[in-house]
Design a protein around this ligand. Structure first.
Ligand SMILES: NC(=O)c1ccc[n+]([C@@H]2O[C@H](COP(=O)([O-])OP(=O)(O)OC[C@H]3O[C@@H](n4cnc5c(N)ncnc54)[C@H](O)[C@@H]3O)[C@@H](O)[C@H]2O)c1
Length: 391
């Protein structure tokens, strides 16, 4: 494990939880005392403040990168040098160029690579995606993902050079991969329109952003992200298809509400702003945030010599979409997604979802009214005229 901070510990809790056979044998951290503490907490055999020594250690089969964004590339390159399987937290890079260099390097080195996008492994997401894949929503037309909270927990996130962006890179990377998965990972994201601004925090990066991502098949992805939202961690998805709708609330108001005056109050849930009054605890954060299913997929794939669901290529696509969003926010125009590597479908056209009523008409709408009449709105195929029939 590289990094003993916030996500390193969430990952460790997940990897070693529930009688797991997986074991963190080595922890790298910047400071000796942090490395030692983590090694004690998770009974790791080794700890070090030497990044390369951690990666090269013969006991290490797979490296998990849980470091600030500016250090992902250096760590990935060392994994390539020592031919170690690697998993990297999100975002893969600070931009698509960085992500592309990492993608090229792992593929040239021929090493296992996993992209740790936990939010496409949450139990709710897995179930929702399964329904989408079985056609329960018909053709996916619009997929929205929202992640908003009051801002990150460590100083480096707020430094534009180290982090590479503000809330759009930090949280938008989750949303892009969620919406892309619903629309279809083989469908090309083509253009992005974005609004972003720094509304509250004294930082050069954006603390609030909204963007639309157009896909080649006519579907639209949308993300809303914020580091200025008050009230906890707001994680929600909405998917609309020609045959149905899914709404997912992953963190707040999930059916677990608690009131306390504050007596015995402690940690409630990630980014909760208060531990008194009405609260929204989360039953099992490791599971609800997808970490357990994510590592199960990663380790199964590693052992079986297959690919996990999320690989560096996915991280690269996400970075490319976000680069276009940053550009659009500057130019105020739709900006193309510049994809040097694309492995999905090419030239997909917008399918017709028109429903035939009979040989001469399309069905526009069918409704039973409050006064008992069944109304049919039809379109004549030849003339294009809209007509109404009351049955
Ligand atoms: N849900 C998620 O997937 C999720 C959530 C939070 C963070 N992250 C990602 O995890 C990564 C780490 O974030 P975090 O929240 O754990 O941050 P953190 O600040 O809590 O921990 C970062 C770790 O890196 C070490 N570190 C910091 N600066 C360093 C430096 N200059 N040299 C060497 N080590 C350094 C710290 O000592 C610490 O061990 C980031 O890429 C972040 O985007 C992912």
């Amino acid at each position: 494990m590289l990094g003993s901070g916030f996500i390193g510990r969430f990952y460790a809790d997940s990897i070693q939880g529930l009688r797991s056979k997986d074991k963190i044998v080595m922890i790298y951290s910047r400071r000796d005392e942090q490395a030692k503490k983590f090694a004690e907490d998770y009974t790791c055999d080794h700890f070090t403040t030497d990044l390369e020594a951690a990666i090269a250690h013969p006991d290490v089969d797979m490296v998990c990168i849980a470091l600030p964004n500016n250090l992902h590339e250096e760590a990935v390159m060392l994994c390539c040098k020592h031919k170690k399987a690697v998993m990297t937290t999100k975002p893969l890079g600070r931009n698509a160029s960085e992500a592309k260099r990492m993608l090229d390097a792992v593929e040239q080195a021929g090493i296992f690579n996993g992209y740790l996008e936990d939010l496409v492994y949450t139990p709710k997401f897995i179930k929702a995606l399964d329904s989408v894949k079985k056609g329960a929503l018909g053709k996916i037309l619009w997929a929205k993902s929202r992640e908003a909270h009051p801002g990150p927990h460590s100083e480096w996130f707020w430094d534009l050079e180290i982090a590479g962006g503000g809330c759009m890179l930090d949280l938008g990377c989750h949303c892009v991969e969620i919406t892309r998965s619903y629309i279809g990972k083989d469908i090309k994201p083509v253009e992005v329109m974005c609004w972003a601004d720094t509304q509250v925090k004294p930082i050069p990066a954006e603390d609030h952003a909204i963007a639309l991502v157009k896909y080649e098949n006519g579907a639209i992805g949308q993300f809303e992200v914020s580091w200025t939202f008050r009230g906890g961690l707001d994680l929600r998805d909405e998917v609309m298809g020609s045959e149905g709708t899914i709404w997912v609330n992953s963190f707040l108001r999930t059916g677990f509400d608690m009131f306390t005056t504050g007596k015995g109050a402690d940690y409630v849930a990630e980014k909760a702003e208060t531990n008194t009054g009405w609260l929204f605890p989360v039953g099992d954060e490791l599971n609800e945030l997808g970490y357990n299913h994510m590592f199960t997929d990663m380790f199964n794939a590693f052992e079986n010599g297959t690919q996990p669901r999320e690989v560096f290529y996915d991280g690269y696509i996400v970075n490319a979409v976000l680069d276009a969003a940053y550009k659009s926010n500057k130019t105020k125009k739709w900006e193309p997604v510049d994809l040097e590597v694309w492995r999905g479908l090419e030239g997909v056209t917008k399918d017709s979802v028109y429903v035939d009523f009979d040989a001469d008409h399309y069905l526009v709408k069918e409704e039973i009214t409050h006064y008992g009449a069944k109304k049919l709105i039809l379109k004549e195929k030849v003339s294009g005229k809209i007509v109404e029939r009351i049955c």
